[in-house]
Design a protein around this ligand. Structure first.
Ligand SMILES: Cc1ncc(COP(=O)(O)O)c(C=O)c1O
Length: 422
């Protein structure tokens, strides 16, 4: 639900536009959904914090017993800053990567974080650094599929993980270095449909069940993230009961194959946060091109948010619902309009598809000064925003159930941008 028009206009007055508004009740509902999915014995949920690493969000996760999957040294440090415990007993924070970049290796060593190794050479790197602790191995099981073609999470053309047929040799090289494999992991994405998700995860769990007898030290198996969110129709979401049964079945099969208790993990990112945040932007102008002989021509709503804020439409052609604040599409006079941002880039368009074509949206007629709410922007939204064009990231606000609003992060200033230049 978009908060009422008066609140949004008043926040726009206070902090300027654009800004991100997180809705605590929506995020808490999604956390409750994941808790429901993992309520069986021996099933643990993580949050893939890359989707939304704000401290406020991490603390909500922690309060609900959700562990963390981090993908950089600084993500691990952010999780510790939010209150997660270091160490690997239990591994509240694990570090998943195919490359140790920057401080990652040092952070793993210093804080005893469980590394989830996605490339065989990382084991040699750990060994050279004197690491003798446990590891998880990220496996490429030979199949998989993300939410769009460019999200290639498993199969022969995916860069992620260690090819399943190389797993035994990788484990032997770890053993020679005195490193124990305690977890097997795979994140293969899911595709947006329930049937596909169900088939992929069941098949993945079956493959892990076959492998487990060769890995007597393995305590946990992770099926990764990829629980989809329906961006087009908020009323049609993934059915939770069959998914809960599937996770319970998968765990049972894994325990039976191993002949001991195995912890089953999942690590969704998007599902927790996607619907819980809107990007609020102001219409600055309406303009038209004239139709040419090919019938091309468009009306543009120029807005002050761009792909420096929300890059998903420009990057993947992702669809986000757009509301004109205070105007109801069912009752207002509507027009087909392209929503375009302020950047000096022709691809700075919120209404486009995967083939990079403009897709005008039927929206209530708008005028300069109107606010738009770009919906379902909580996952890979602020997290993927950038400082291209030196604009500075927009502020993140948190709306409590009682209507109070808290600042999660302020608008970045030029001084923030120049700080790294010394
Ligand atoms: C290793 C890993 N785990 C979990 C996730 C979360 O995926 P999603 O946000 O689709 O649930 C990702 C996302 O790319 C990932 O790379």
């Amino acid at each position: 639900m978009t908060p009422d028009s008066t609140l949004l206009h008043s926040l726009a007055q206070q902090v300027g536009t654009p800004f991100w508004l997180y809705d605590s009740s929506v995020i808490r509902q999604r956390i409750a959904d994941i808790r429901f999915l993992t309520e069986g014995e021996g099933i643990q949920a993580r949050f893939a914090m890359k989707a939304c690493p704000a401290t406020k969000i991490l603390r909500e996760m922690k309060e609900n017993g959700i562990w963390i999957d981090a993908v950089s040294g600084n993500e691990v440090l952010r999780a510790l800053h939010a209150g997660y415990a270091p160490g690997n007993n239990p591994p509240q924070v694990c570090f998943t990567a195919d490359v140790f970049r920057d401080n990652a290796l040092q952070v793993v060593l210093e804080h005893g974080i469980l590394p989830n190794v996605g490339s065989p050479g990382m084991i040699a790197e750990l060994a050279r650094a004197g690491y003798q602790g446990p590891i998880s191995i990220r496996v490429n099981p030979g199949f998989g599929h993300g939410h769009v073609n460019s999200c290639d999470t498993g199969g022969p053309s995916s860069k992620h993980g260690i090819w399943f047929e190389d797993l035994a040799e990788t484990a032997r090289s770890a053993a020679r270095a005195g490193i124990r494999v305690v977890m097997l992991h795979s994140h293969i994405g899911s595709g947006p449909k329930f049937q596909e998700l169900h088939e992929n995860l069941t098949r993945l769990a079956a493959e892990f069940a076959e492998l487990l007898p060769q890995f007597p030290g393995v305590e946990a198996v992770s099926l990764g993230g990829g629980i989809p969110h329906n961006y087009r129709d908020p009323n049609v979401q993934i059915p939770l009961e069959p998914l809960q049964r599937m996770f319970a079945d998968c765990r049972e099969k894994l325990c039976a194959a191993a002949g001991r208790p195995i912890r089953l993990e999942i690590e969704p990112g998007r599902y927790y946060v996607a619907p819980g945040c809107s990007l609020i932007t102001k219409v600055t102008d309406i303009k038209q091109t004239r139709t040419n002989e090919k019938g091309q021509g468009a009306t543009f709503a120029m807005v002050d948010a761009g792909f420096v804020d929300l890059v998903r439409p420009a990057m993947y052609g992702s669809y986000h619902r757009i509301d004109v604040v205070g105007k109801d599409v069912a009752h207002a006079e509507c027009e087909s309009i392209v929503v375009a941002g302020p950047l000096c880039e022709s691809g700075d368009i919120f209404t486009r598809d995967e083939s990079e074509l403009l897709v005008p949206r039927l929206l209530p007629k708008m005028e300069p000064g109107d606010l738009l709410s770009i919906r379902d922007a909580g996952a890979y939204g602020y997290a993927m925003s950038s400082n291209y064009n030196s604009i500075g990231r927009a502020p993140q606000l948190w709306l409590e159930a009682d209507g109070t609003v808290e600042t999660m992060s302020r608008r970045e200033t030029l001084a923030d941008l120049l700080r790294a230049e010394g």
